[in-house]
Design a protein. Structure first.
Length: 118
């Protein structure tokens, strides 16, 4: 079985999954970014399938960009202009093309964290 990439977004300020967040995935090589997928989180804060499925999963450097601004405004958590957090990029390396990489985002209006999950 080849590897694949998944994510989810949890709203730590409200204690619930973050639905409706757009996410773009890029493959990064030096200063070059190539968009390879665009997805949206569902009611569980997850995408409906892997962002990068087995057939396209290879070692390399990737970047997920979470477009959180619209979500934070819609949930009434931030009305600042500009927002403190609007687009959140997470760049990470994949060095094992056979593994499952899970890169979640824990979100609040003024902070976030991530980790390699399972």
């Amino acid at each position: 079985m080849a590897g694949y990439l998944t994510t989810h977004v949890l709203d730590t300020a409200r204690g619930c999954p973050a639905q409706g967040i757009q996410i773009a995935l890029y493959r990064v090589s030096g200063n070059s970014h190539k968009k390879i997928a665009t997805v949206e989180t569902n009611a569980d804060g997850r995408t409906d399938g892997p962002i990068l499925p087995e057939a396209k999963f290879t070692t390399g450097t990737y970047e997920l960009i979470f477009f959180c601004g619209d979500y934070l405004r819609a949930t009434g958590q931030s009305t600042d202009d500009p927002l403190f957090l609007d687009q959140i990029p997470i760049r990470f390396g994949v060095n094992d093309g056979e593994a499952h990489y899970h890169v979640p985002l824990l979100l609040s209006p003024y902070g976030y964290s991530t980790y390699r999950g399972s």
